[in-house]
Design a protein around this ligand. Sequence first.
Ligand code: FAD
Length: 383
Amino acid sequence: MIREAEVAVVGAGPAGSALSARLASQGRQVLCLDSEEFPREKACGDCLNPGGVAALRRLQAFDLAASGLERRPLRGWSVRTAQGPGFSAEYGRGLEGWGVRRRDFDAAMLDYAKGRGTRFLPRARVVEVLRSGPRVSGVLTRVDGRFRSVRARLVVGADGLRSVVARRLGLAITGSGRRKVALVVHLAGAASALDGLGELWVTPGACAGLAPLGDGSANLTLVRDVERNPGAESESPLRRSAWRELLQRFPGLARRLDGCERDGEILASGPFDRPVQRAFWPGALLVGDAAGYYDPFTGEGIYRALRSAELAEPYALEYLETGDVLSLAEYVRVLRAEFRVGRVLERFVLGVVNRSGLLASFAWAFHRAPGFGSWLLRRLGDA
Ligand SMILES: Cc1cc2nc3c(=O)[nH]c(=O)nc-3n(C[C@H](O)[C@H](O)[C@H](O)COP(=O)(O)OP(=O)(O)OC[C@H]3O[C@@H](n4cnc5c(N)ncnc54)[C@H](O)[C@@H]3O)c2cc1C
């Protein structure tokens, strides 16, 4: 069966839902497809930074919270290192992030997009990008074991870290995967001990994030360097023991979490560092992680997903009006310029974290001058 839409958005994460909502609000026929049914889990630290909260406000999706989405305000982060004294930094100036479970946040974002007129097709795995001459003309999906074509004037790849759209168009740069793996668990009732601050624990070759969430649980994300990728994102006996072993590398944290009950499955993701050559093709553009993702450490992914959707909107509308590929090329230029400083800062921070001597010096400096820590946190928080 062939479906038609003006815009086919592949992926209903924050990037796909935000752009679907924006284009549907402008009267465009949008069909959003996802291989999953919602609500679905997603390996993430579950923290929306202040820039992300502001992006929701601009999208007018800020009242998701009022509509029953449980979120917990995050004032800042406390950083503990194996080598230094550690320090705490707050965003300050009335800024806050949110601790919100991705399962609930992404479902609320999709509901928001549907409320704006987006049609949604769940369990639709996109397996191929269709072309007519040099232009993209739609996607081929597999729904409940059957192939279906979706014809569209514009295809949006919002399908995350391992974007099929980017790979099928030859835009993904392969072989660069960052040798890190992340394991994510939710710990029931652990939010109350955190008093509005997330915790970041850093030790050579590994780090751990602990964040309070709106449903009263805490998100524990453990990241470590690995020799090879552990495989697909599902629970396995290997992972069941792996997260407990990894937690032992942070003895202070492990002691505090002793006795906490796990709530839900163990999620895994990695490797990271997935750049693309460029985030467009005639008839297609990429947003969110699909447009390039580096590392989860600085927690800017949801902000960038929402912001890239915001940046893409006018160029997507122009392309639909005129069919001029240059408008998509212009989107990519603007996208690169927007995130350039953030990407430099992200790599700088990771460079420091990966060198224990440097990290100890920075931790000591931030401990002595907390204002500098807040400044850096605001920059990293896209505030
Ligand atoms: C361990 C970890 C911790 C993180 N912590 C944070 C954090 O605390 N804060 C933060 O801001 N960012 C964090 N990030 C990054 C953040 O999760 C991502 O940047 C964000 O989810 C990107 O949103 P997206 O919409 O681009 O992609 P996703 O949220 O990945 O959504 C992509 C969607 O596409 C669908 N899809 C994939 N392939 C197909 C296909 N072939 N056909 C149809 N559908 C498909 C998927 O089912 C999914 O629903 C973290 C990432 C990791 C890995």
